[in-house]
Write a protein that binds this ligand. Structure first.
Ligand SMILES: *[C@@H]1O[C@H](CO)[C@@H](O)[C@H](O)[C@H]1NC(C)=O
Ligand SMILES: *[C@@H]1O[C@H](CO)[C@@H](O)[C@H](O)[C@H]1NC(C)=O
Ligand SMILES: *[C@@H]1O[C@H](CO)[C@@H](O)[C@H](O)[C@H]1NC(C)=O
Ligand SMILES: *[C@@H]1O[C@H](CO)[C@@H](O)[C@H](O)[C@H]1NC(C)=O
Length: 528
């Protein structure tokens, strides 16, 4: 559904007005509300002790925290919000300003044990301060009302204190991402049964995933990416963590097979297992995860073929299976296609089969189009498709004829290089008018270069090298002023190179190994 621009603006204005109202109400500025109780003395003292633990603050936030006078910590201190009735601090939210300024803003120091005194705290955010180091103080185990704990983007070190976190019995959102935490995952965390989100990405965590996490039945978001985990993925993830919508285990050393039980996670939208050491096959039931939007299993050691069921995922917009040992044919046959597809990368595998079959299996059948009378052999790509990479496989067949509209206009990147594709370049390739990069190099494509390609006005990268192309480089190409990288190398081309930028300025190597090309940058053409 497309909203018109004015509708969108109205919507945005309404939303920001609501947010403003909400923030006023929270800060106790609403004109009709009774006057807010000033900051409780105990909380004020705890905050000042926290400030004392920060040796350097270039964000300017703590400069607003001044003692004495009318400095009500609830009203005047940046990042502090209180319960208007009790004057108790319920939220402490310290975000570094976005790094637009030339020098990165930061706070340097340690988390004070005084944070444990903020007994009514529900939200604690200390984010992107870069130089807040040390450990998570044991006193924080007293924060039994804490629902959100975000300590991301700091320099916290040591192990995750499981005993401290397990006392935060109200905790729902936990992020300690982007720190220097090491050691194993604390099994005690499995007892915090209200947890909805755990983000521990970007640390130095290792070891096993504790069995006690079975009890986290509300967990919707689990991100353990960019750590040093090397265990197997436990089967209980799929059997018990039924609320998972996002599971990111990428950039670790996870080994063993992908448990088939993961396919039972019916609410999963994002699954990333990229850059691990996973072996075996992609579970054939993967198509059961019908809610899946994004599946990334690239850079593993997977073998076997791509399960056909994968090509029934109607909501899938990102698929990356690149850099594995996948073999067999690209799933053939006309089904429903992958109508939501935006990006598909199957590069660097051992896939075989016809490229025309592949295009047919991702594209909605033409009978689903209004113009059902159109030629069945013409491919109408998925509507939003932008990126398609099949390079470095053993794919055969010929490029199909492309229809216009939809995906033909949105596709920006098409790379089928390093395969065994034959046939000719179809002149209907010019229907891919949004294409910025076209790489058909190192195949067995014959015939001439269609002059219609000159209409591909967005093209910046064109590589047709290492094929069996004959004839001339069409004179019409002189119009393609946006091209930055071009290679015609290693074909059987002949005749005059278009004498226009960039063609006459390219290195001669871009034309090497042809039959009889001439004109700048090669020697002039001679009359025979
Ligand atoms: C899960 O919770 C139950 C009770 O809620 C408890 O008896 C059990 O020991 C827990 N399991 C694990 C693995 O911690
Ligand atoms: C899955 O999502 C649906 C719809 O959002 C929700 O009603 C259901 O409770 C979820 N299931 C689990 C196990 O979380
Ligand atoms: C797919 O994964 C590979 C390898 O990890 C990566 O290089 C590539 O950029 C990814 N493709 C897309 C379209 O993101
Ligand atoms: C329908 O298909 C015919 C034949 O392929 C074509 O000439 C015509 O332009 C198409 N019409 C639409 C609305 O796409």
């Amino acid at each position: 559904m497309q909203l018109s621009i004015s509708k969108r603006q109205q919507l945005l204005a309404a939303v920001s007005a609501l947010l403003l109202l909400a923030s006023r109400a929270e800060a106790g500025h609403d004109g009709d509300a009774p006057p807010a109780t000033p900051c409780a003395a105990a909380d004020r003292a705890a905050l000042l002790a926290f400030k004392a633990g920060v040796a350097v603050d270039t964000t300017g936030i703590l400069a607003t925290w001044v003692d004495g006078g009318d400095g009500d910590c609830c009203a005047a201190w940046e990042g502090v919000s209180c319960d208007a009735a009790t004057g108790r601090v319920v939220s402490l939210q310290l975000d570094a300003p976005p790094p637009a300024t030339p020098r990165r803003r930061y706070m340097e120091g340690e988390l004070s044990a005084s944070l444990g005194e903020l007994a009514f705290l529900e939200t604690l955010v200390i984010r992107d301060m870069a130089r807040i180091g040390g450990g998570i103080p044991a006193s924080m185990s007293r924060l039994s009302r804490l629902k959100q704990l975000y300590l991301e983007g700091n320099a916290l070190a040591g192990e995750i204190p499981g005993d401290v976190l397990s006392h935060m019995s109200s905790l729902q959102y936990l992020s300690l991402a982007g720190n220097r935490l090491e050691g194993h995952l604390p099994p005690e965390l499995g007892s915090v049964s209200g947890l909805v989100q755990i983000n521990l990405a970007g640390n130095r965590l290792s070891g096993e995933l504790p069995a006690s996490y079975k009890n986290l039945s509300k967990l919707a978001y689990l991100d353990l990416s960019n750590n040093l985990f090397s265990s197997e993925i436990p089967a209980f993830f799929g059997q018990q963590l039924k609320s998972l919508t996002l599971l990111d285990l990428s950039n670790n050393g996870f080994s063993g097979e992908i448990p088939a039980s993961l396919c039972g996670l019916r609410n999963l939208t994002d699954l990333s297992l990229s850059h691990n050491k996973l072996t075996g096959v992609i579970p054939s039931q993967i198509g059961m995860i019908s809610s899946l939007n994004s599946l990334s299993i690239d850079s593993n050691l997977l073998v076997g073929s791509i399960p056909e069921s994968l090509f029934s995922l109607q909501k899938l917009w990102n698929l990356n299976l690149s850099r594995n040992g996948l073999s067999g044919s690209v799933p053939p046959g006309i089904r429903h296609g992958l109508p939501s597809l935006v990006s598909i990368d199957l590069s660097h595998n051992h896939l075989i089969g016809g490229i025309d079959h592949f295009f047919r299996s991702i594209s909605p059948p033409s009978s689903s189009r209004k113009n059902a009378s159109s030629d069945m052999s013409v491919i109408f790509l998925p509507r939003e498709l932008q990126h398609l990479d099949l390079s470095k496989n053993r794919i055969t067949g010929a490029l199909p004829e492309f229809g216009g509209g939809g995906g033909a206009a949105s596709l920006r990147w098409l790379d089928v290089s390093g395969n065994a594709i034959g046939g000719q370049i179809p002149s209907s390739i010019s229907k891919l008018i949004g294409l910025q990069r076209l790489d058909v190099s190192r195949n067995a494509i014959r015939g001439t270069i269609p002059a219609s390609m000159a209409a591909m006005a967005s093209l910046r990268w064109l590589d047709v090298s290492g094929n069996g192309l004959v004839g001339r480089i069409p004179d019409e190409f002189a119009r393609m002023a946006r091209l930055r990288h071009v290679s015609f190398r290693g074909n059987k081309l002949c005749g005059k190179i278009p004498q226009a930028r960039p063609f006459n300025l390219l290195p001669a190597a871009a034309y090497a190994g042809n039959l009889c090309l001439c004109g700048k940058p090669l020697p002039p053409c001679r009359r025979i």
